[in-house]
Design a binder for this molecule. Structure first.
Ligand SMILES: [Ca+2]
Length: 196
């Protein structure tokens, strides 16, 4: 009986720790709070502060090693700057409708430059890996550069493991959007309760 009671408590905890495949909704997008995803200790959970325009319970800030060195490395043609896959934020997504997919990050950082970018890619997808970023200071907003030239033309339905790999210290991720190019972006942004 004790074992049964123990399992009743442990099974939900076990399941919630799994990174199960996510689905693209009927409008063509997926929206996640970054802090709900499994992450290594290269990512620090920062709880939401009163008055801050952050959604969910907070955000994840990258505190791991710095990779790449500034301008001239908008792309990683060798795929060697993403570090260990165990430190990536992984988002497994079931894609049912082929098409062009993009990723956007509602982010936070404190400098105009130096802590303002990050790598995004799909596991096993051909190189290069591209970096995306933002120039806003101490605010929560979607990326200001990167999504326009970072996309994946997915031709076959299946499971695709999108990932985010740290690049600069202090880059925080509040929300993650993965969406079909055909998804109405205005609808995507309205779903954030305090969006900008
Ligand atoms: Ca969040």
């Amino acid at each position: 009986m004790r074992l049964v009671i123990l399992l009743i408590f442990l099974i939900p905890a076990f399941l919630s720790a799994q990174n199960i495949p996510y689905s693209i909704n009927e409008h063509g997008y997926l929206l996640l709070e970054a802090e709900n995803l499994p992450h290594s200790n290269f990512w620090e959970f920062i709880p939401v502060e009163a008055g801050k325009n952050c959604t969910g319970t907070g955000y994840l800030k990258y505190v791991g090693p710095v990779s790449g060195s500034g301008h001239g490395q908008e792309i990683d043609t060798d795929g060697k700057l993403q570090g260990n896959p165990q430190d990536w934020i992984l988002i497994p997504v079931e894609i049912k409708t082929p098409g062009r997919y993009r990723i956007n990050l509602r982010n936070h950082h404190k400098q105009k430059d130096g802590d303002n970018d990050i790598w995004v890619h799909i596991k096993g997808w051909p190189l290069p890996v591209r970096r995306v970023g933002d120039h806003a200071v101490d605010s929560f907003q979607w990326l200001t550069w990167g999504p326009e030239y970072t996309y994946w033309d997915i031709e076959e339905p299946g499971l695709y493991e999108f990932y985010i790999a740290g690049r600069s210290h202090g880059f925080g991720i509040d929300r993650i959007a993965i969406y079909s190019e055909n998804a109405p972006i205005s609808l995507l942004h309205r779903t954030a309760k305090t969006d900008n």
